[in-house]
Ligand binder design. Structure first.
Ligand code: NAP
Length: 241
């Protein structure tokens, strides 16, 4: 991971499953673990607070870039509490169309990065689907499996894959089949079938760190961008640094 600049990182959702992995990656990549927001305390971050709303303005203003994995409500709380143009990388899923529209509006005032899946491999998987444009007459389906604690169903990545496919093959694709099983971090399968053949593309996340690494990489990248709404495509289409 490119690591030429040290950034003061604000982590919102620090006590959650993703937040804990982001904390590890922030330390490993030698960023400046500055402000941790979560219900537990962090030994690595300089400040640990439980509540964004009661955090001193001077501390909030000093954050170079936020990494947030909470919920749609959490993301908008972060936006409301930090009206200083500080860049935000958000991995929260389950946003409504109205919330996406509000996010895009907010990106006129600060750089905002959102991805339903922060894994670099998943992005390559999405690019591979483009080859299906030449067999658009096939039948297509998207399937996903996640751990039982995941709240949105189908998840954000499955919906992203459905949307991608619909653009690529220029027809409607059925809503993804979603299963909630055990502790699976995330498994996405795309089927393409004709009467004579079946193609199966599958991506499996082997741990949560893969998403945390992508999010921290996005934070480094985003800190150098002007105001606007960005996704994995913007960061990776010219090749991983
Ligand atoms: N984009 C990706 O690559 C990716 C990968 C994995 C997960 N995700 C998404 O990231 C989000 C978090 O996932 P997770 O597995 O880390 O969940 P989690 O373990 O439940 O952690 C979420 C954390 O955020 C806190 N939180 C939630 N809403 C909040 C709010 N309104 N204000 C303050 N704190 C709030 C929770 O605190 P409490 O426990 O006190 O509520 C919890 O500590 C989900 O939307 C998930 O789908 C995205």
């Amino acid at each position: 991971m490119k690591n030429s600049k040290t950034l003061k990182i604000g982590l919102f959702g620090g006590s959650g499953r993703m937040g804990q992995n982001v904390e590890t990656v922030v330390v490993e990549t030698k960023q400046d673990p500055y402000l941790f927001v979560g219900k537990t305390k962090s030994e690595n971050f300089f400040f640990s607070v439980t509540d964004l709303k009661n955090t001193e303005e001077d501390i909030l203003k000093d954050v170079d870039v936020w990494v947030e994995f909470t919920s749609p409500e959490g993301l908008f709380e972060l936006i409301e509490c930090t009206p200083y143009g500080t860049p935000i990388v958000s991995g929260s899923t389950g946003l409504s169309d109205k919330q996406f529209a509000a996010l895009k509006k907010e990106s006129a005032k600060r750089p905002l990065f959102w991805a339903s899946n922060m894994s670099l491999g998943l992005w390559a998987f999405r690019k591979a689907l483009e080859s299906f444009s030449s067999i658009s007459n096939f039948d297509f389906a998207v399937e996903e499996i996640h751990h039982t604690l995941k709240k949105d169903k189908p998840g954000g990545t499955a919906l992203t894959l459905q949307k991608d496919l619909e653009k690529i093959v220029n027809k409607k694709i059925e809503t993804p089949q979603a299963h909630r099983l055990g502790g699976i971090f995330g498994m996405h399968t795309v089927y393409a079938a004709s009467q004579n053949e079946l193609i199966t593309f599958q991506h499996q996340a082997l741990n949560r760190k893969v998403f945390a690494e992508g999010a921290v990489q996005a934070a480094l990248w985003l800190s150098e961008q002007k105001n606007g709404f960005y996704s994995m495509d913007d960061m990776l289409s010219k090749g991983v640094k």
